[in-house]
Design a protein around this ligand. Sequence first.
Ligand SMILES: [Zn+2]
Length: 371
Amino acid sequence: MRSAVLNTILFPLLLCVSPAELRAEEPVENLVLITLDGLRSEEVFSGADERLMIPELGVKDRAAWLERYGGDSPQQRRRRLLPFLWSRIEKNQAWIAGSLQADSSVKVTNGRYFSYPGYNEVLCGFGDPQIDSNDKKYNENITVLEFLNNQPEFVGSVQAFCSWDVFPFIINDQRSHIPVNAGWMPLTSGDENRLEVLNNVAKNLFHEWEGVRYDVLTSSAAIECMRHEQPRVLYVSLGETDDWAHAGRYDRYLLTAEQNDRFIQQLWAATQQIPQYRDKTAFIISTDHGRGDGREGWKSHGVDYPGSDRIWIAAFGAGISARGIDQGGEFTQSQIAATVAQLLGYDFTQVDSRIAPALDILTVPLQAVDK
Ligand SMILES: [Zn+2]
């Protein structure tokens, strides 16, 4: 531990060597995009739904769960469920949209409200009516990740870590040449000893799902990769919230949401420790679809479940105008892709006329693509 005397000497020194403030007119250096599969805006903005905290949905000890996630107000409950995200929003260090209470709307436009169409919309910037299943088919559309990986300054500096094993197809790893570590694939980027432990756990722990790896493995892998390879664009797709919801386990859906928030905190903390990322990295967080409501409806999503088209988007870090909770705005899932590109200095909307414009929350004006 440092002595107080040493602190008085070191602190001004540290201030001197810290990097210059990022100028608003410059694109940010790095971007982290995170999606949490099927996490409803209901829980994001109002925390745990006490009507769903019942034994039939896995909540056996209601008193203990109320203690953990309950509260007298939506503000208190959401702080208990997603403490890191809400601490940033409450300190005006982040932006979030999609709150019904604030009359803020983020709509899915693909008309399907399930995963592959949703991830295509997030990553490609438009809803594609041709994508009508979650089948493992290579995506014909170009994701913003592929678009960036084709730019000379980003080539080889885009990576994806995904819990769901359909992602190599959604990102079209064959054509895009983006490394997509998904499903139960062995982990290969990071500290050798840590990877050995993680791979051993992945191999020997009971697999609840064939096609979805536990999020803790995906998120640990992403942090390892960030420390080891320092990609400039990192996509992390976590999946368990959706699977526990389909299984009717509200207890595990809540636990996973909290665990995902802890991961986002760890990843953010890692960016603040690594000079390449510190104060030069934007985070965007969202989801592929909403879900229905009520004791049965919350388990599912799709055209038959009203509410599945309502999602949320959060953003913080370099290049983001951190205005707290959006009031009365109207946004779409399809705007995320162009936002990712614009933060890094590119206009993705030029690629295809169907691509929606970037969210107007950036302090980074559009840069000429051919610079
Ligand atoms: Zn689902």
